[in-house]
Design a protein around this ligand. Structure first.
Ligand code: F0G
Length: 448
């Protein structure tokens, strides 16, 4: 089996008017109608069995592209020559059983694909390796993004690896310290703007028209292509057995679009015989997509001022909502919204399974409980949660929750008492053996 097969020829196409430009402009928008572009692969045919064994065979290869959980699947991606590939061996993320969460949610079995186990600790790396490589191929010196923290951390790392400079725009005071510290350490020029994420996006869009910087937000279709591979890797891990449900958090809606695109392409390539349902969960305080689907039947999206302690998804005007709507419809998925308290509880429950994740990822479990309650998910159906960020991304949130401070002064303060059984505040003791033993015995008496 050869290690490199020929990648398919790809084409850019506008998702609304169908125009097929030769190349994309700096803003990655259609020059006819202003909507988003996507990659299509006209006339692509492959033998599914050959592809599956080619990809599996690469797992034992020492070649840098084969060791990446993104580039290993390069036959379904646009072609980027290897000399431009910037890789940190991203992807290759684990699939975990969540037995306690399964019991809580009322399903027989529940698994999580943990995309927080990527090199910069979020799912963004799978798209970033590919889009940063495209920037390198096109000879850009500067790359830039607006971010709630994870895209910027990822971009800064990949830019540094590819000897490019990076410009980060983040909302001041509204991202976690962990994420901010990453972009500083990886050497980005980090601008904290006195606005929200959506305000950062507006400035970035103006900037790319004025300066030769390469836009690395998920409107960049290379990002979506790289992020597709998470779903392919998931199906491979499942032995190509299609799960009934995949549940993802929804912010700017690039991830759901990418996973959905991968599912549709895998069906077309006969890698899978049917589609799972892809459901998208938003925080109630940042729910423009939920409202678009539920209130306007997807005919329009009303932007909003978003507010949630899950800062990664504090987004009021999601760029990829039309792409996400398409995959929601085509896979027969659902949308849900979850409250701040439901997010915090679900995060602690995922933690108690020994896995953990950042707050935005926990909306998946909180959403599953609601989908199960409504009967959309049945007890015997197989469910995969996509956890998007690592538990260490936002320790402030975690510590506040366990100390019982997360909801102090908010409208959820009284209701938050119901989460007490999940809280494990640290115990401060004298350095005395007797005190530690007394604590141990008290914990044993209190049960789990
Ligand atoms: N989960 C995490 C941990 C995220 O960082 C994000 C988005 C999402 C979920 C939502 O994914 O936007 O593709 O729907 N973070 C972006 C950022 C916006 O700038 O890091 P999405």
């Amino acid at each position: 089996m050869p290690l490199t097969a020929t990648e398919p020829s790809s084409q850019l196409r506008c998702i609304s008017c169908g125009a097929t430009p030769e190349s994309a402009g700096q803003d990655f928008r259609c020059s006819n109608c202003g909507d988003l572009l996507e990659f299509v692969f006209p006339g692509r045919t492959t033998d599914p069995q050959t592809l599956k064994s080619l990809w599996l065979g690469r797992k034992t290869s020492n070649h840098q592209l084969d060791q990446s959980g993104v580039w290993r699947f390069r036959e379904i991606l646009p072609h980027i020559p290897e000399e431009h590939a910037i890789t940190l061996r991203e992807g290759n993320t684990p699939l975990y059983e969540l037995p306690r969460c399964a019991r809580i949610a009322g399903v027989d079995s529940l698994r999580a694909k943990h995309q927080g186990m990527n090199p910069t600790a979020s799912f963004k790396d799978t798209g970033m390796t590919f889009a940063a490589s495209s920037a390198h191929q096109q000879g850009f010196r500067w790359v830039a993004c607006a971010s709630t923290g994870n895209t910027s951390a990822s971009m800064a790392a990949y830019a540094a690896r590819g000897n490019m400079r990076s410009l980060v725009m983040i909302p001041e005071g509204k991202i976690s310290w962990g994420k901010l510290s990453q972009s500083l350490d990886y050497g980005a020029l980090t601008c904290q703007l006195r606005t929200d994420f959506d305000g950062c996006v507006r400035i970035l869009n103006e900037l790319v028209r004025r300066k030769p910087v390469y836009l690395l937000n998920s409107v960049n279709p290379y990002r979506i292509e790289g992020q597709k591979t998470a779903a392919v890797e998931l199906l491979e891990q499942l032995g190509w057995e299609v799960p009934d449900h995949i549940i993802v958090p929804g912010g700017n809606l690039g991830n759901s679009s990418a996973i959905g695109k991968a599912l549709l392409e895998m069906l077309e390539l006969k890698l899978i015989p049917r589609l799972p349902r892809l459901s998208i969960i938003q925080a109630q305080g940042a729910n423009p997509f939920y409202r678009s689907v539920r209130e306007f039947n997807g005919t329009k999206l009303e932007s909003m001022t978003a507010d949630t302690q899950a800062t990664a998804i504090r987004i009021g005007n999601p760029a990829s909502w039309k792409k996400a709507l398409r995959v929601l419809r085509e896979t027969g998925g659902e949308v849900e919204q979850v409250t701040e308290l439901e997010i915090a509880e679900a995060k602690a429950e995922i933690g108690a399974d020994g896995v953990g994740c950042e707050p935005a990822s926990a909306v998946t479990l909180a959403g599953l409980k609601k989908l199960r309650h409504r009967g959309f998910v049945k007890p015997a159906e197989s469910v995969i949660l996509i956890l998007t960020g690592h538990v260490l991304k936002d320790p402030d949130f975690t510590i506040k929750f366990h100390r019982g401070d997360l909801f102090t002064g908010t409208s959820s303060e009284a209701e938050a008492a119901r989460a007490r059984h999940l809280q494990r505040a640290p115990v401060v003791l004298d350095a005395d053996l007797g005190a530690v033993i007394a604590s141990l015995e008290a914990a044993e008496r209190a049960g789990s």
